[in-house]
Design a protein around this ligand. Sequence first.
Ligand code: ZN
Length: 314
Amino acid sequence: MALPTVDPDWEIRVAAFQTLEWLVARHGPTLEWDALQRGFDFKGQHFHFATKARGIFRPKEMRGGGPLSIKTIIPRGGRVARYEDSQKEDGVFVYKLQGDDPDNRDNQLLEWAWKWSVPLIYFCAVEVGVYQPIWPIYIRGIDRERMECTLSADDAVMMVRQLGVPMVADAKGSESRREYVTVQAKRRLHQARFRLEVLRAYETRCAVCRLPRAELLDAAHIVPDREEKGEPVVPNGLALCRLHHGVFDTDLMGIRPDGVIELSKTLLETRDGPTLEHAVKAFHGQNLHLPRNREDQPGQRFLEERYERFRQVG
Ligand SMILES: [Zn+2]
């Protein structure tokens, strides 16, 4: 078969990307396998995004030699290694080749995708059965010795511009842009993991008001993540509803190191309607609802540092 100069499957890829966009808008950045396994439709045909068992997936309807998606494989009963993708340089994701033969059928699909720079979907496992889809993602290099390949993310706008024109090797400029986009994608991935872990620790309830809706909950950092000590670990997190996250982030609400909620003087002196009275001021002096698991409870050093800031601002 003569190799095509353009990806013969780009329409299928775009249909997949569009469906993912819709799914992410609806369910948030991480998708459970149940949502993914419904797949997508294109020109009267039904496609899967991926299969449960395989890491590299190419629907049989596709004509080119590249996969549609790649997915983290988690060993049976295993755990998702934390930050496994960031062990290497910052501007790339690392993906393990399948099996132990770099030339097996699955790995050949990767080779093809690399050669023709076709955009793929990377279903990166955040935990067992939960994936963060990253697309478009390109194979940047294959290391046969180490049995791994490097991936870089790109933005969808650039991809659409590149589709339809013959695919060419990366220019220097697009390489640095991809590094930047990949760093951003990794950051979102870590945030998504942090959010899942924090929400689970707090049993999907706001630590202030107990609101139990995941759609309305955030994982707030106690020491902000823009600061050096603001680690994305559960003891530096709090599950807060949107309202209380806002009040906390603006230092109108503080948390004493012993877990008691304090509101700023200015807020306590403000008189306004029922939202301020019942949804904010009523919590002054109350205890925060903490995770049962001690390891998940807020760390003293994070609480102390943040409380100090609250007092200074107040
Ligand atoms: Zn709340």
